[in-house]
Design a protein around this ligand. Structure first.
Ligand code: ADP
Length: 319
């Protein structure tokens, strides 16, 4: 289904959040406390969870309005140039003087786990002059801001100004809050998307199944109608108030899982926009995640609509 947005038309999706600069250090062995490792390769690339999601949507032919801010430096200008080149409709708030661009150093070791060292930089804050009229004209608004006070304000707004807008909330930036606060904030989004670990952190449960049970119990008390939880090679779990489905991941020659969760979240947004059935939304999002793992960097191997359509015709579920 083609949901392409011609330039100049109202975008269907708005994304609010951070854009950052990623440095990947490829190490020769798994990291253990107190021991060293050799850096066998390094590369740098644009990243940031919200920016990756925005680029993933643009590649699928749904360029979103992306509201962000960068540092007052060359890196910030490079990041914005690249987003423009990808076709993202960028609304960048002016950099605060002297604030550096947000950066991550990602330690890539053999095996699926990644260690991310984050140097926080410029990000959206409560009180920033956001283009809220344009944002809430979109059908879907992805709220991926770090500042919990701004997030609270953004989830409070649609009930008053745009009740038909669907709010999608990645869990990434909620994991540092106290579980009670994080759970209530999460449940104010219509849709939440996150990983197994993020769900456990947000609910304060050690076990995945216990976290799912807690979410299932809490969902009727909040606004959330769909929770999409990722589990790497084990695929995803989609939870609504009435059903739970588990969708297997697809076989792929995975090289680097960085950004798979962002691609998956973009797949969920695309699936909702194109009004697919729940299992189809899960398949599409899993395919996005799988394809994103094919190369180093969060965006390098994000697919076009044509690529993912071809992949879905041939792909085999993981055993
Ligand atoms: P995050 O990056 O948030 O930790 P995951 O690693 O769980 O997210 O990946 C998101 C989705 O990407 C998974 O649900 C799965 O569908 C897909 N995916 C990730 N890693 C693989 C893999 N090695 N093989 C196949 N699919 C994968």
């Amino acid at each position: 289904m083609d949901v392409g947005t011609a330039s100049g038309r109202q975008p269907q999706v708005a994304v609010l959040g951070t854009t950052s600069w990623d440095q990947f250090l490829v190490l020769d062995r798994p990291l253990t406390e107190g021991s060293g490792a050799i850096v066998v390769d390094r590369l740098e690339a644009s990243g940031g969870t919200a920016a990756n999601l925005a680029v993933a949507l643009a590649r699928l032919g749904v360029p979103p309005l992306f509201v962000t801010t960068c540092g007052d430096d060359d890196l910030g200008r490079r990041l914005l140039d690249e987003l423009h080149r990808e076709g993202v409709l960028v609304h960048a708030l002016p950099p605060r003087s002297g604030t550096p661009t947000d950066r991550c150093t990602i330690l890539v070791t053999p095996g699926p786990e990644r260690t991310i060292l984050w140097t926080p930089g410029a990000s959206l804050r409560l009180g920033d002059p956001l283009p809220l009229d344009r944002v809430f004209m979109c059908q879907i608004v992805v709220v991926d801001v770090e500042d919990a006070a701004l997030r609270q304000r953004l989830v409070d707004l649609p009930a008053h100004v745009a009740p038909r807008v669907q709010l999608v909330g990645p869990l990434t930036h909620l994991v540092d809050l106290q579980p009670d606060r994080a759970t209530w904030l999460a449940l104010q989004h219509d849709v939440i998307v996150g990983s197994d670990e993020e769900l456990r952190a947000v609910t304060g449960c050690d076990e995945f199944e216990a976290a799912l049970t807690r979410l299932r119990e809490m969902m009727p008390l909040g606004a959330t109608r769909l929770a999409a939880i990722t589990r790497g090679r084990a695929g995803c779990v989609l939870l609504t108030r009435r059903q739970e489905i588990r969708v297997p991941a697809f076989e792929v020659a995975a090289v680097d899982p960085t950004g798979a969760g962002d691609a998956f979240a973009a797949g969920i947004v695309y699936g909702l926009l194109t009004r697919r059935s729940l299992p189809e939304v899960g398949r599409f999002a899993n395919a996005m995640g799988a394809l994103a793992t094919r190369a180093f960097g969060a965006r390098t191997s994000l697919p076009t609509h044509h690529e993912i359509t071809a992949f879905l015709q041939e792909a085999r579920p993981c055993a």
